[in-house]
Design a protein around this ligand. Structure first.
Ligand code: ZN
Length: 283
């Protein structure tokens, strides 16, 4: 009996210690499990100072980390019309309305125009907070319009991807976006305008199977999960266990699917150097 009492006391002590950590001031690293002072994380572009783990960041932070000051947002008025009147656990229409009411009024991608290190660019950033950045008609249309804008203004085109894949609530219309965006990118290719794909954690499904892998340069953030289907599905299909690090950025770089893994704090300088090399006349 005394053993049980002892254990119980220990448990209470642990709980008290946990409660004393001020909420919001500290964050636990998902990789190394160390506690990090949140303010410190802001100075490192949300990269763990102890192990280099890249926390997911929002659209605003991504935009300010890459773009020079004074960029403008494009195509922000496009909204999905719920073409299939889709209802599963929740009605798609209600999901969209809830997100819209919460201030998420640009669907799962934000497109901006401006300069990156002095080079004119159009940049599209996918928003994981909006239905896991799934690709529906609006995402596809905005990405395509972004490519067309880059073509018209002879600016480089950059897409920062993260996505759970095609948006099931829009069925086959989502799948059509893969071809639509790819066709728009082919026009950039023909015109000799560079397109950079920046893959972040996680880039999966129809996004990884289309525009995210079509960059003149495919850059990935460290340890980003990049793949089409999940590892368990693949293992069950091929009846083999997968190698360690499979579907991570470093593995894909070693096997030629990604050109370079670049850490977040060096990404802007890296892209700037590539733009200077590929478009020396557009500075
Ligand atoms: Zn860490």
């Amino acid at each position: 009996m005394s053993w049980f009492v002892k254990k119980r006391q220990q448990k209470i002590a642990v709980e008290e210690r946990t409660v004393r950590v001020p909420e919001g001031l500290w964050i636990k690293c998902e990789a190394c499990k160390e506690l990090i002072y949140r303010a410190e994380l802001q100075n490192t572009h949300n990269v763990c100072p102890k192990c280099g783990y890249h926390f997911r960041i929002g659209v605003e932070e991504r935009l300010t980390s890459l773009m020079d000051e004074g960029y403008t947002t494009l195509f922000s008025d496009l909204q999905s019309t719920d073409p299939l009147h889709f209802v599963a656990m929740k009605a798609y229409k209600d999901q969209l309305k809830k997100l819209h009411d919460a201030g998420q009024d640009q669907d799962a991608v934000v497109v901006v125009e401006g300069t990156l290190g002095g080079h004119p660019v159009v940049l599209s950033v996918m928003n994981f907070d909006f239905l896991a950045a799934s690709m529906g008609s609006v995402v596809g249309e905005k990405l395509k319009l972004g490519a067309e804008r880059a073509l018209a203004t002879k600016s480089a085109y950059l897409i920062v991807s993260c996505s759970g894949g095609a948006r099931m609530q829009e069925g086959t219309l989502s799948l059509m976006q893969m071809a639509k965006v790819s066709a728009a990118l082919a026009k950039l290719d023909k015109a000799g305008i560079p397109y950079f794909s920046i893959l972040t954690d996680p880039t999966t499904g129809g996004v990884s199977a289309s525009f995210a892998m079509l960059g003149d340069l495919n850059v990935a953030e460290p340890k980003a999960l990049i793949g089409f289907a999940g590892p368990r599905v693949i293992e069950q299909t091929i009846k083999q266990s997968l190698p360690e690090g499979f579907q991570r950025a470093e593995f894909l770089q070693a096997h030629g699917m990604v050109d370079k893994v670049v850490s977040r704090d060096q990404l802007k300088d890296f892209l700037k150097a590539c733009l200077a090399w590929m478009m020396p006349e557009r500075v």
